[in-house]
Write a protein that binds this ligand. Structure first.
Ligand SMILES: [Fe+2]
Length: 250
């Protein structure tokens, strides 16, 4: 059997005479090597921080719900997705968004946790403290009027769709490939970017989480009350940005 030869312990080696700058370079290289071996290569997805304080959306969404929702639920999706990279190395080469469009090639655990990570990341960004979310841009408003008749009609249809989602899932406002807007709903952690049969695809402009973990502490079984309280928190500035970006990539 071939034996691996290890160098003699450092304390037996002659101390090389290196200049201070070369010693610093050596230390830096050793540190990089150490970090490179200490960090798992598959820790590619990160939990984004909330873009505001946990209590910033009160009273509509209480701080305890926000903290548990973000830190534990979203955090678990990220951790579970990272745990899948070892078994599915192709994940390491995909951005989170690119993964959504290829999700059918992966096992259910990747679909659930990859979807959960993307869905929640967009969800935090589409809310803002009261009075800070702006208003729909003239371009977006024109598209809303063209597809729904009015902003009020969009809100009513969206709220009904969100309330009617059986079990856990999401309500979405999407931009279809033809430029029109539509309201859809997905189960569990699916979303309109996923290449799944029976799912209407489009660019999500806005997604509302209607899992019980998003509202149960404050609203218990009253999902419609949560939806109604959520509308004033909508970050129209972010919806405007997504609408504009979708138009340039269509
Ligand atoms: Fe959630």
């Amino acid at each position: 059997m071939m034996r691996v030869r290890f160098p003699p312990p450092a304390f037996l080696s002659p101390i090389p005479l290196l200049s201070p700058s070369r010693r610093l370079l050596g230390l830096a290289a050793a540190l990089i090597l150490l970090l490179g071996t200490a960090l798992p290569a598959w820790a590619d997805f990160d939990l984004p921080p909330l873009p505001y304080a946990a209590e910033a959306l009160e009273p509509a969404i209480d701080a305890a719900t926000m903290t548990i929702h973000h830190d534990r639920h979203h955090g678990a999706y990220v951790a579970n997705l990272n745990a899948q990279i070892k078994a599915n190395p192709a994940l390491a080469d995909l951005s989170l968004e690119a993964l959504q469009g290829r999700i059918s090639r992966f096992p259910e655990a990747v679909r659930n946790n990859g979807g959960g990570h993307w869905n929640h990341s967009q969800f935090w960004a589409v809310m803002a403290p009261l009075g800070q979310g702006g208003t729909p841009s003239p371009e977006l408003l024109a598209a809303i009027n063209g597809s729904f008749g009015s902003l009020e009609a969009l809100q009513q249809q969206f709220s009904q769709t969100a309330a009617a989602r059986f079990g856990s899932g999401w309500a979405w406002l999407i931009r279809r490939p033809d430029g029109s807007l539509a309201i859809t709903s997905t189960a569990n952690q699916d979303n309109p970017l996923m290449d799944l049969a029976g799912l209407e695809r489009g660019t999500p402009l806005l997604g509302l989480d209607v899992w019980e973990h998003a509202y149960y502490l404050k609203y218990q079984n009253r999902r419609p009350d949560y939806i109604q309280a959520w509308w004033p928190l909508l970050n129209w500035n972010e919806v405007n940005r997504r609408f504009q970006a979708a138009g340039t990539t269509a």
